[in-house]
Design a protein around this ligand. Structure first.
Ligand code: FAD
Length: 304
């Protein structure tokens, strides 16, 4: 019986594991190895790690955890999680390969999946020149012509924000008609509007020459931003009965300030449980979930 089982071993999960490693309690962390930013060659905006490949940051974190004999790291995918039928809070989890673990607390750090539009040229450039977060990758574009593919009402906000990083054209064909407030904001931020539909992103990938329009024109671009709706990367939160709420881009696991879900004993951290996401937030959430799970176990032991 582990004290805490952490499912998902990326920025949120490893951060939770490090915090709990230092309690000397038995901890398990299981990771399927698909962090959300795996498409980007480098990670930015992470203090003291700026410009390092995301995979390198995670590999260093995993290596540092090896120093703690109370932490067991597993590679694999958890396919099932359910409460143990006992009086106390405890769970059993089953991996894809049939391995079964038991733990008193669960931390779900399973992340989300980005749902990209089926537009030729997008998927192969995702994380390189087709992007969603200007704070992560906007600086490296180095200014010039930047497109924003309008998909959601949030695309107006995104375009107005990205105007700090270059000369922005908002492609509106996928959007509801823009209201007066949106038009005023975009005009104030000098965002150009293009109403003809984009049919492809062209150039020698990952570079972009421009966005091809339905009328045949090519709008020259150095990068394209889009607002990608997300879905939970794992069904475990739903399987356990955790309440979800609508985040900015899709459903997220509902948590309180201690990263506690609606199911006793189950915490959630990182992108799976937050609307505004990045590596630093995910790491902070992991710390919070870990501390909360630890405190909860001590409280439970006091009642025994
Ligand atoms: C293209 C791109 C580039 C980005 N660049 C940056 C950047 O430069 N800087 C920045 O701050 N943020 C960046 N982000 C955001 C950043 O990637 C996320 O905020 C961060 O990865 C969230 O960490 P997480 O641990 O919550 O989830 P994730 O990193 O998505 O990790 C979740 C982990 O859980 C595992 N998992 C899922 N289900 C299971 C299961 N059932 N069993 C076992 N394991 C499971 C997955 O395989 C994965 O390893 C970027 C995002 C994208 C899409």
């Amino acid at each position: 019986m582990f004290d805490v089982i952490i499912i998902g071993g990326s920025f949120a999960g490893l951060s939770a594991a490090l915090q709990l490693a230092r309690t000397r309690r038995p901890i398990a962390i299981i990771d399927a190895g698909s962090p959300r930013n795996r498409f980007a060659s480098h990670a930015h905006s992470v203090l003291a790690q700026d410009g390092k490949p995301g995979g390198t940051i995670l590999a260093e974190a995993r290596a540092q955890l090896v120093a703690y004999p109370n932490v067991t790291q597993f590679a694999g995918t958890v396919r099932q999680a359910e409460p143990l039928p006992s009086g106390k809070i405890a769970f059993t989890i089953t991996l894809d390969d049939g391995r079964v673990l038991q733990g008193r607390r669960l931390i779900l750090a399973t992340g989300v999946r980005d749902l990209l539009p089926e537009l030729p040229g997008v998927a192969e450039r995702w994380g390189q020149t087709v992007l969603h977060c200007p704070y992560c990758h906007g600086y490296e574009i180095g200014g010039g012509n930047i497109g924003v593919l309008g998909r959601l009402p949030a695309s107006v906000h995104q375009a107005s924000l990205i105007a700090d990083w270059g000369d922005v054209t908002l492609f509106t064909a996928g959007m509801e008609p823009l209201d007066d407030d949106a038009m005023k904001l975009l005009a104030r931020r000098k965002v150009k509007l293009e109403h003809v539909a984009v049919t492809a992103i062209e150039g020698a990938a990952p570079a972009i020459d421009g966005a091809r329009l339905a009328d045949g024109r090519l709008v020259p671009l150095r990068a394209l931003f889009l607002a990608a709706p997300v879905q939970q990367a794992s069904g475990l939160a739903m399987q356990l009965g955790c309440a979800l709420e609508e985040g900015m881009m899709g459903p997220i696991v509902q948590v309180d300030a201690m990263k506690m879900t609606s199911v006793p004993g189950v915490h959630a951290a990182g992108d799976a449980a937050r609307a505004m996401a990045n590596i630093t937030f995910a790491m902070a959430d992991g710390v919070m979930a870990a501390v909360a799970a630890h405190h909860a176990m001590i409280a439970e032991e006091g009642q025994a």
